[in-house]
Design a protein around this ligand. Sequence first.
Ligand code: NDP
Length: 445
Amino acid sequence: MGLVQDTLEIVWKRNPGEREFLQAVTEVLTSVEPVIERYKKYRDGKILARIVEPERQVMFRVPWVDDKGEIQVNRGFRIQFNSAIGPYKGGLRFHPTVCASILKFLGFEQVFKNSLTTLPMGGGKGGADFNVHGKSDNEVMRFCQSFMTELFRHIGPDTDVPAGDIGVGGREIGYLYGQYKRLRNEFTGVLTGKGLGWGGSLIRPEATGYGAVYFSQEMLKTRNESFAGKVCTVSGSGNVAQYTIEKLNQLGAKAVSVSDSNGTVHDPDGINPEKLAYLMDLKNVRRGRIKEYAEKYKVKYLDGQRPWGIQCDCAFPSATENEISGEDAKTLLDNGCILVAEGANMPTEPAGIRQFLAKKIHYGPGKAANAGGVATSGLEMCQNSMRLAWTREEVDQRLQRIMVTIHKVSSEAAAEYGQPHNLEMGANIAGFVKVADAMLDQGLV
Ligand code: NDP
């Protein structure tokens, strides 16, 4: 049996039942197998066995009091996966499904994604099984304060710099930052995604969605295509989905769907800027359900469904993991979809990825396509360290350059290993090599 298979067997034994983590590790290790075969230094240095084990994993109790005066208890986590190339960096997710498996998969992916951005950031992820839906602002604040009361001892601007993810947006980052500042008595860049008036970066809210579209533009350019007139389906209706739609509109494409965990809206005329402003208010201010969009604009609401049955040229999964099954992938391909760019992390099941690669459509894997978010977090850290703020244009240009570079290095790595169209393989290899070399340079860490 080969080294990759041996390592996977150990990972399966050590992490029983952690489905998402095992899925992510299997994908990356399978992709980098040719690199391991080519270079003895990675085999001798036992890089595979080391890279699949988080450097540190913290799990803690988060007690808080709800508006009725009742005590609630949640479970908090921080997975500090790999610090070979910089401080741990990765978001916090607040969602009822949060568990070790989900955060370990996200932390593992983050290691290679951060490496691809060209910025000095290690990989980590954290969060809690807390449901922000239906909670008052005060409840969210009390929860965030309690969460940070434990987390603060594990993080720092040169140690570990968390950001947002599902359920953690500007409001939550504000409450978390306030509590960190109070506990440490210092104003540092310990979190990214901060408000503009207190250390945040312009373009950070937009960055993941914009970045996914910039990455897709690079894929389209390889076949002399553009977004003009393309019909695009988007899933989710949160941060990533909203700014994906904004950028698609700017480039002349038509986004025809959004969704949440209850269902999908199909708006064949397109979610124009006026409708997008309504959506942003609905989701970010009123915190309502997507069904209200369908009622307001009198368009179809597909209860309990995802958008993948809607005919499109390009699909932007921007909600959550494993939201495109093998069957969904087949439907997308049968309906003529030529591009899938993953705004979400690991949104396509392995059976779906196999079909996209076999058909050689433009397939942008999450760790490349959605790396614009963490890249701009890296730019926020840089501005915080220098204690200055770049203009919108400057950050946007840097983001664009980073997305172009990620596409280039992923394509080159894919070509070097004989599969030029396969950006999944290319992104995994390009991200892996830099981290693995740093680990070898730093001795047995
Ligand atoms: P938000 O919380 O802003 O929005 C999440 C959206 O996805 C909501 O519409 C939510 O619906 C929907 N959703 C969440 N879970 C599920 C589920 N289990 N089934 C169906 N729909 C679901 O999160 P983001 O937009 O920030 O994140 C979306 C994805 O992008 C995630 O995979 C995240 O890891 C990834 N990502 C985010 C980055 C960022 O900068 N924010 C960076 C890189 C990747 P509902 O309201 O019903 O819960």
